[in-house]
Design a binder for this molecule. Structure first.
Ligand SMILES: [Fe+2]
Length: 176
């Protein structure tokens, strides 16, 4: 490029000068609000599962102790990752989520995890009840997002598949 007098050269100390407005998201307002509506309960339920899963992990006793104790930690790890995935889908569409502990406690049904030491069968039944509450929210999300945002629906479908697999791993400890 030949530079002649009068050409404006970019100032390397100033960075790129933005001449266009960048939208918060490429998605629509309807997709964003629907995603927030249906994925927020999923995030809260999964965050609760990370806490109540640890409660169960610490206090389980009895049959299959090591297997149940260790798998509950795997479940906690998965629940945290899925909560992150669902929350970041909402945020990617430009909306916030209130997932503070108080909010989680207000919105999520009481856990089935016992308060103290408990036999593994009781612990497993309690955590499966918690999982089923999240699965119900995921089913509502899959249904509700079908018309509004297929990408968010895909997030819900993926999480549901993983959670159902973990439910199977837990249930198999007590299955006849
Ligand atoms: Fe541990």
């Amino acid at each position: 490029m030949v530079v002649t007098e009068g050409d404006l050269l970019p100032d390397p100390t100033k960075g790129i000068q933005m001449t266009t407005t960048i939208a918060t998201t490429a998605s629509t307002a309807t997709a964003a609000s629907s995603t927030s509506q249906f994925l927020s309960p999923v995030v809260l339920g999964l965050q609760a599962l990370t806490i109540n899963g640890k409660q169960a992990h610490w206090h389980v006793r009895g049959a299959n102790f090591i297997g149940v104790h260790e798998f509950l930690d795997t479940l906690v790890e998965h629940a945290g990752a899925w909560a992150d995935e669902a929350a970041e889908r909402i945020v990617a569409l430009g909306l916030p989520i209130d997932a503070r502990v108080q909010r989680v406690a207000e919105k999520v049904p009481a856990t089935g995890a016992p308060a103290g030491f408990a036999q593994s069968t009781e612990v497993i039944k309690g955590i499966i009840a918690d999982i089923d509450a999240v699965i119900a929210d995921l089913e509502a999300a899959i249904e509700g997002l079908d018309e509004t945002d297929l990408t968010s629906q895909d997030t819900a479908i993926g999480i549901k598949a993983g959670l159902e697999k973990d439910r199977w791993f837990l249930f198999s400890h007590i299955a006849e």
